[in-house]
Design a protein around this ligand. Structure first.
Ligand SMILES: [Zn+2]
Length: 240
């Protein structure tokens, strides 16, 4: 288990991480390896999913209500595979997410309630990533709202004071890990937990083609030039 990720000298009560994805499956594609290492090292990892995933199908016979329910169950199973403790769903409409006050408020609420040391989410900085794909608008909206929630909104008590009045307290996140970034500064070798990552991805059966094709895709997507499996992350640590 990589020490720079799991911080062995961190007090046990601070070992809490919150992974926030736009759609069911994003978190597992992005950071299932990191989540697996954190939970193996005794961290409590929570998942928060912003949208209901209702657009994620090419099957014309699929009914959105059935898809939403199916993808929730897939996400719960996937999170469990990598040691996640609980999954929360915000249920915004898939494909229509905006970094609104409401989304910000909901994310701040979960940060103040769960009190994570580390937050993992989409890097919203760029629309084009690695000149290879477009950063989905829901991913950008999620990443933007999460970063705004971490700083300054969750930290300062005059933001959403009704939450403070309800008994929550302000919270300072110490570290952010972003996936899907043009500026990764941290390579996490996920070789020891690759099987768990693949298993978590296979839980999202509604999103995958044939199993064999998928395993080939995993090889190509996460294996680097030296033949190692990695998650490329952008790490931001707040020192003050
Ligand atoms: Zn997504």
């Amino acid at each position: 288990v990589p020490d720079e990720l799991t911080i062995p000298d961190l007090p046990a009560e601070e070992r809490i991480a919150l992974a926030i994805g736009a759609h069911p499956d994003d978190t597992d594609f992005g950071v299932a390896g990191a989540v697996a290492y954190l939970s193996q090292a005794g961290w409590t990892v929570y998942h928060l999913i912003c949208t209901n995933g209702a657009k994620g199908t090419a099957d014309p016979g699929m009914d959105p209500a059935r898809l939403i329910a199916l993808r929730r169950e897939e996400q719960r199973a996937a999170a469990k595979t990598v040691g996640g403790k609980e999954v929360f769903f915000l249920d915004y409409e898939d494909g229509e997410l905006q970094p609104t006050r409401d989304l910000l408020k909901d994310i701040v609420y979960h940060i103040r309630r769960l009190r994570p040391h580390t937050v993992l989410t989409h890097d919203p900085s760029d629309i084009i990533v690695r000149d290879a794909f477009i950063n989905h608008p829901d991913h950008r909206a999620t990443g933007t709202a999460v970063l705004d929630a971490v700083y300054p909104t969750a930290r300062d008590h005059l933001n959403f004071p009704e939450q403070i009045a309800e008994g929550l307290t302000t919270h300072k996140v110490r570290r952010i890990l972003l996936w899907g970034s043009n500026h990764p500064n941290y390579t996490l070798d996920i070789g020891k937990v690759l099987e768990l990552k693949v298993e978590s991805l296979l839980c999202h059966a509604s999103q995958l083609g044939g199993r064999e094709d998928f395993l080939k895709f995993v090889e190509e997507r996460w294996k680097n030039d030296e033949g190692r499996y990695t998650e490329q992350l952008r790490k931001v640590e707040f020192r003050f």
